[in-house]
Design a protein around this ligand. Structure first.
Ligand code: APR
Length: 260
């Protein structure tokens, strides 16, 4: 079959599964934000592909000297990377807007995103768990409370939690840092409830996030993968849309609108 026929058939198959489901959830990766100009990590052109994976001692270094980490962050050593600049100037793309529309239509119950760029919220999605944190938030290392980075006082370094006095860190989950318990619990809760799992723009090689689609599939939930490249999930997916999220998701939404 030609790629176009494959694409159309996969879009129809995905729309049919979404119409039938009552609690569809999506695991989203960097590929969804690629069309917003934010580099991915792996695969073609990815940051780690180009520069290699970073060391996994970020969390240990923070714990050793939180004040030093904050001073380096505030003098821009963490912020000047091309990646950080790309995130700070990015806007939601048609893929983000399509996911927000699916939520609005009652067709998507929850997004588990590995992205820290806040673009789902900017696109209008509300039912989101940011398993790797959010670049625009801070989180208390003691009580887990979160605030917008722009609202905290930086007169004292490291900044302290206004609720419990604990040391604040950026909400982005550092390499070596445990996933915050509240986020992890919600991911497993959503995965236990879903009757349709969409894996969108993720290489599905980072855990525990990569576990969720497999757990859902094991429970009998169909799996839809949207990714221009193959991943470890491709062979167990019920529907594979070998295309960009910015092309595939709006096509699914349009088909669902036609049949309303
Ligand atoms: N549409 C859909 N998928 C795309 C697109 C696109 N336009 N462009 C690239 N992709 C796919 C790539 O083929 C790849 O499979 O997106 C995936 C991106 O994979 P990664 O770069 O590994 O990103 P992700 O899966 O989100 O990584 C998970 O790893 O380094 C950690 O914390 C980081 O959250 C990240 C986690």
């Amino acid at each position: 079959m030609t790629a176009a026929v494959d694409f159309d058939q996969a879009i129809h198959d995905a729309a049919r599964l979404l119409r039938r489901s009552t609690h569809a959830i999506a695991l989203v990766g960097a590929g969804l934000s690629a069309e917003s100009g934010i580099p991915t990590y792996r695969g073609t052109g990815g940051l780690w592909t180009k520069f290699g994976e970073p060391t996994i001692d970020g969390w240990d270094l923070f714990l050793t000297d939180p004040a030093l980490w904050w001073r380096e962050a505030l003098d821009g050593r963490h912020a000047e990377s091309a990646f950080a600049k790309a995130i700070d100037s990015a806007s939601p793309n048609p893929g983000h807007h399509a996911l927000a529309e699916l939520e609005h239509m009652g067709r998507l119950a929850h997004i588990i995103t590995q992205n820290i760029d806040d673009l789902h919220r900017k696109a209008g999605s509300r039912h989101i768990t940011e398993i790797h944190g959010n670049r625009f938030l801070v989180r208390c290392t003691n009580c887990g409370g979160r605030d917008r980075l722009s609202t905290i006082s930086l007169d004292r370094i490291p900044p302290l939690c206004p609720e419990c006095g604990g040391i604040l860190k950026n909400d982005t989950v550092m390499f070596g840092e445990p996933i915050p318990q509240d986020a992890l619990h919600e991911c497993y809760r959503q995965t236990s409830m879903t009757d349709l799992f969409l894996s969108i723009g993720t290489s599905a090689v980072v855990y525990p996030a990569a576990d969720f689609p497999v757990m859902a599939k094991r429970r009998g939930a169909p799996l839809i993968e949207i990714n221009p490249e193959e991943t470890p999930l491709s062979e167990i997916a019920d529907v594979v849309i070998r295309a960009s999220a910015g092309q595939a998701l709006p096509a699914v939404v349009e088909l669902l609108h036609q049949e309303l």
